[in-house]
Design a protein around this ligand. Structure first.
Ligand code: BV8
Ligand code: ZN
Length: 255
């Protein structure tokens, strides 16, 4: 049964585990951006006009109603424009800058880890690796026909078209039913196999193959530590549960 760290006594033990690990896999989900004001996927805040993300983040929904799907992404981009990386993103980036052997893999598409990494890279005067991004980037568009890809353009009230071939553009994210970028997933799987500790932060652990990385790490000997204020699908397999918001737990954990 995992150690539920409602008490602080498990934090020192988790800190010790991480300090002694030469390879750590960190897997994050929407919860790590919650304190930045980015709606999570399965919480109440994730709903838009009462649609569930799984209904809209699919090629079928886009083919059926590109305007509706684009309005959802325009709404999300609008909210994201007011969001900054939070203490969870920064403590992860600074911890990674202070030691080697940490691979950050994110399911998130909000780019907040990248922004925190850029800030910390400037602080330390050297480039830090970007996180492995499994599900793409909401702040980029790509063409549905050619290989055009560029930073997202301002929403003009209608689905944007490719400046190169005039086909519909789509957000540069991986939808349900679409395969993940092969190279990113392979790098993540390698890090999972090498990890002695797998730190999972802010994910309900229901989306695959991303969630499978935590089980893969555990099957090759990693200790699973879960940071989340609520229950997750990974809890039964975790050696340690650190119950609380990432913005509070990570700055204490990653010292
Ligand atoms: C695939 C980008 C192979 C889009 C996302 C039928 C057909 C095909 C596939 C499937 C199928 N049935 C099932 C599948 C597999 C499917 C899947 O897993 N479905 C689930 C719903 C069961 N997966 C796929 O389709 C993947 N592709 O399998 O390809 C294939 C191909 C063809 C045919 C067959 C197989 C693609 C999955 C990628 C989907 N794209 N995002 C967009 O964003 O618009 S996934 C989406 O969910 C986000 O990226 C998000 O990150 C991710 C996971 O959600 P979470 O991050 O966990 O967020 P959630 O809200 O659930 O949880 C938040 C957590 O944070 C909670 O635990 C909460 O307590 C906690 N929290 C809250 N506040 C805080 C906090 N934690 C810390 N601090 C806080 N303050
Ligand atoms: Zn094009």
């Amino acid at each position: 049964m995992p150690h539920d760290a409602t008490s602080d006594r498990n934090l020192p033990r988790a800190r010790q585990l991480l300090a002694g690990a030469s390879h750590v896999l960190v897997l994050t989900g929407a919860g790590v951006s919650a304190e930045s004001g980015v709606p999570t996927f399965r919480g109440e805040t994730g709903l838009w006009r009462n649609y569930k993300p799984e209904d809209l983040a699919t090629p079928q929904a886009f083919a059926r109603d590109p305007v509706l799907v684009w309005e959802w992404y325009a709404w999300r981009r609008g909210r994201l424009a007011e969001c900054q990386p939070n203490a969870a993103h920064f403590s992860l980036a600074r911890w990674m800058a202070s030691r080697g052997g940490v691979t950050l893999v994110t399911q998130n598409v909000d780019g907040l880890h990248h922004r925190a990494t850029r800030t910390v890279s400037a602080e330390v005067g050297r480039a830090l690796p970007d996180p492995i991004t499994l599900h793409g980037s909401i702040v980029h568009d790509r063409c549905t026909r050619c290989d055009y890809r560029a930073p997202a353009r301002a929403w003009e009230g209608a689905p944007p078209r490719c400046p190169t071939c005039a086909a519909l553009l789509r957000p540069d994210v991986v939808w349900f039913g679409e395969v993940l970028p092969v190279d990113q997933l392979a790098n993540a799987a390698r890090a999972a196999t090498a990890a002695e500790v797998c730190l999972v932060v802010g994910t309900s652990g229901v989306v695959y193959p991303a969630a499978g990385l935590a089980y893969q790490a555990r099957s090759t000997g990693a200790i699973l530590v879960v940071v989340d204020p609520g229950p997750t699908a990974l809890d039964p397999d975790a050696e340690m549960l650190l119950r609380g918001p990432a913005g509070v737990i990570l700055p204490q954990l990653l010292t």
